[in-house]
Write a protein that binds this ligand. Sequence first.
Ligand SMILES: C[S@@+](CC[C@H](N)C(=O)[O-])C[C@H]1O[C@@H](n2cnc3c(N)ncnc32)[C@H](O)[C@@H]1O
Length: 285
Amino acid sequence: MRRVRRSMKESKLYQNKNNKTWADILFLEHPEYFLPVLESLIEEAKLEVDGLTKIFKDFNILPGDKIFDYSCGIGRHMIELAKRDYMVFGNDPSDFYIKRARKSADKELGDKKDNAVFYKGFINELSKKVFSKNKFDFKAIIIMFNSLGFTEEEEDVRILRHLYEIANPGSILIIQSENRDWTVMNTPNHYISNFDKMLINEIWDFNPVTSIAHSNSKFYEKDSINDCIHLRLELDIYLRMYSLHELITLLSKSGWTFVKGYKDIKSLESVSTNSQFMITISKKE
Ligand SMILES: C[S@@+](CC[C@H](N)C(=O)[O-])C[C@H]1O[C@@H](n2cnc3c(N)ncnc32)[C@H](O)[C@@H]1O
């Protein structure tokens, strides 16, 4: 009995007293504090899109084909894919990130602006309201940079199922996610990220019982006039970590057939236990 109670408590760690998850607080209430992280990775996304398009080519997915970006954030990958003539659609629950993505697309895409369409909302709402009513014929779906594992495993299965439902037979799903095997070997860890206007301090630990990586994260705003920093947000972040074989099980529970794994989206080297991220390619048969 005691054991059951403890595991229930652990499984709700990611939720605060008001039933808000850390992801609600960070991405929906204070998205501006994570924005510098996403902006600092815009150049990186261009190199990642080189890898993505190589995979697309292997599956005969070509410019002009439709791609869906789940939790697209500020559209780092979508805008680059749109520049390369793919027709990209993406969703994100953060109004702030979607507005930022649309603004960048207006600025950067010129006459290719219509190649990128951004939807504000969660995938469960959108799959009913938008994607089930129109036939989109997505050839590939991408999930980039830790956009799973925010809450329970069942929630990740639900998300993957929604994506399965909006995919056409033959289409592929590419997931980039942090590799549990690497996390186990590289925590505890302390990161300080220094951006123009913000400083982020993260102290990470890993719980092998729950397979949840936890960070006490502090977001500071820089005050150049008074030469000091102000603490704007302190947040406990909980990320559920999967090893490759666990992600394959989740994919299979959601209908997807695992095809191949890579170590890294840029190098497309074979999957290994010692890389921070892993890439899975799965197919809807
Ligand atoms: C780490 S960011 C990655 C964004 C984008 N894929 C990229 O590579 O730049 C995670 C994204 O997931 C979105 N997100 C997905 N599910 C969410 C949820 N349940 N609550 C809050 N944010 C969520 C956030 O708004 C955020 O844009």
